[in-house]
Structure formats: structure tokens, C-alpha cells
Design a protein around this ligand. Structure first.
Ligand SMILES: [Zn+2]
Length: 150
């Protein structure tokens, strides 16, 4: 079983590490390591929920030091943000169908992001988060709130 530190340093250990994360109490079906970088615009993608029944994709950016300085910060993104997105969608078939087919509703997506960042910032599991990490979360939250005109 690989530790977070090993997963940061040794790419080949990352799936082992992801498999060791306790997902009990979350709605996440599993975690799958994607060794490539993916981008949304200029921003590297950290993780992506593809569907409610498939594993959450975890991109190599998630193991970058500039993104997560600790296992607690990693878990904050994976469980408190991505896991929250799954919880938002579960049992909400109207929401699911709006997200499944274009044209995508930008306002709806922004609202889902605001809720996920607010959940992450509420730190429901009392994780140890650095001031820098919290600052970045607040910047992301603020961007989505600005887009919504809040
Ligand atoms: Zn999100």
C-alpha cells in the first residue's frame, strides 16, 4: 500500500495509493489514475467526475506539489469537492439529464461549482488545510460567484 508521499514521488505507485483511500461514507465508486495532463482552457485538470457509476478520474496534476501539499489537501479535493459533485447529482434525474446533453447550462454548472467549493471550504472532516490552499479555494469560489453575478 502506497502512502501519499510515495504517490507524489513515484508515478507507478499512484493507482495503489488511490485504491487505498477509504471511500466509505462517500458516494464515490472508485478512483482511477490518468497519467496524462488534461487541460480546461489553460488550467490543468485535477479530477473529473465522468458518470455516477464510474470511478472519478484523477489526473497527474492532483499529485503536483503546487496543487496539494498534503494528503489532507488531496482528500479535500477528491472527497469534499468531487465526491460532493456526485452527491449533488445522485437521485436527481432532472439534473443528470441537463448535464448529459448539450447545450450545457453554464449558470447551472457555475451554481454546482459554488456549492462544491463552499462544501470544501466548510471543511466537514476537519482536514488540515494550508492558508495557501484555502486562499486558492476562495479565489475559485469567487470566480464562479462573479460569473453568477453574486
Ligand atoms: Zn467542481
Amino acid at each position: 500500500m502506497a502512502t501519499f508521499q510515495e504517490a507524489v514521488e513515484v508515478r507507478d505507485s499512484r493507482q495503489d495509493y488511490l485504491d487505498s483511500i477509504d471511500l466509505d461514507g462517500t458516494r464515490i465508486k472508485g478512483l482511477k489514475y490518468i497519467p496524462e495532463q488534461a487541460y480546461r482552457g489553460k488550467d490543468p485538470v485535477v479530477a473529473r467526475v465522468v458518470s455516477l457509476s464510474s470511478p472519478v478520474l484523477i489526473f497527474s496534476e492532483a499529485f503536483s506539489r503546487r496543487r496539494h501539499k498534503s494528503e489532507d489537501e488531496f482528500d479535500s479535493t477528491v472527497i469534499d469537492h468531487e465526491g460532493f459533485h456526485i452527491a449533488q447529482r445522485l437521485g436527481n434525474s432532472a439534473l443528470e439529464s441537463r448535464l448529459a446533453h448539450p447545450p450545457f447550462d453554464a449558470e447551472l454548472i457555475c451554481r454546482l461549482e459554488v456549492e462544491a467549493y463552499q462544501n470544501q471550504l466548510s471543511n466537514p472532516y476537519g482536514r488540515v488545510l494550508s492558508a495557501e490552499f484555502i486562499r486558492k479555494l476562495k479565489i475559485s469560489l469567487g470566480l464562479y460567484q462573479t460569473l453568477l453575478g453574486l
